[in-house]
Design a protein. Structure first.
Length: 247
């Protein structure tokens, strides 16, 4: 057992939510297809704050700098890779990367505020992602609210790093940051950040509610649905003026 996480089974037998007992048997029953869909929605709601790091990156990397009239700090500094193409492109900025993490942290705190009193399985799909945090977790900094923020910030940064890795691969393929060509790589726009979130979640937050063993199938389903979800939010960002292209 490493210092960053505990096995899910350890949590199942001694569970409380900041002093409030939680019924954990069963947490996510799925006796029929409709219940399975409800569990997928639950997974989406729990991982939603981390997925939305991309929205935070749009806010801190484009919308806020444009509104306040200051320049973003581009990660690759405008440099090219040895293949002659940009390393990442102008769309990847330090303020966007950190802003995405901060945005996810704040959203996780909001989810905790809204849903911390809800008890499973009736809580579904509105499940508090910080439900199982406790004082002996490695990310317990500043109490339950600090733990919720650190959790969201960490997985938000994981999302941004995965997204950055996808951009690096796209640049190596000669695809532009934005424009018609970028729409030819929808999987590179979505799958890397989702995989990065799930890897970080199971590596650093094993034993938390969003890595529960009963949700493995639903997590795979969410991964498959991620390109559709990401496309929908990009369209929304485009309509709100947060993105210059709808993809």
């Amino acid at each position: 057992m490493n210092s960053f996480a505990r096995l899910s089974s350890d949590r199942v037998h001694s569970l409380s939510t900041f002093g409030r007992p939680v019924d954990v048997s069963p947490l996510f029953p799925a006796p029929d297809p409709s219940a399975f869909v409800l569990n997928i929605l639950s997974v989406l709601m729990m991982y939603g704050p981390f997925y939305l790091a991309n929205t935070g990156a749009m806010l801190f990397g484009k919308w806020i700098p444009d509104k306040l009239g200051f320049s973003s700090s581009i990660i690759d500094g405008g440099r090219n890779w040895r293949d002659g193409f940009r390393i990442l492109g102008d769309g990847k900025t330090w303020n966007g990367l950190l802003g995405g993490g901060i945005f996810s942290g704040l959203l996780t705190m909001l989810a905790h505020h809204l849903w911390s009193d809800r008890v499973l399985p009736d809580a579904r799909p509105f499940v508090d992602p910080a439900m199982l945090t406790s004082h002996d977790d490695w990310f317990w900094v500043g109490g339950e609210w600090g733990a919720a923020f650190v959790m969201g910030f960490t997985l938000g940064i994981a999302c941004m790093l995965g997204d950055t890795a996808g951009s690096f691969v796209k640049r190596r393929r000669g695809l532009k940051r934005e424009g018609d060509e970028s729409s030819e790589a929808p999987l590179l726009d979505t799958v890397p950040f989702a995989i990065a979130i799930f890897i970080a979640a199971f590596a650093l937050f094993d034993g938390q509610i969003f890595t529960h063993e009963q949700l493995r199938g639903e997590i795979v389903a969410l991964l498959i649905l991620t390109p559709i979800i990401h496309r929908s939010f990009n369209l929304l960002g485009y309509r709100l003026g947060l993105k210059s292209v709808p993809f």
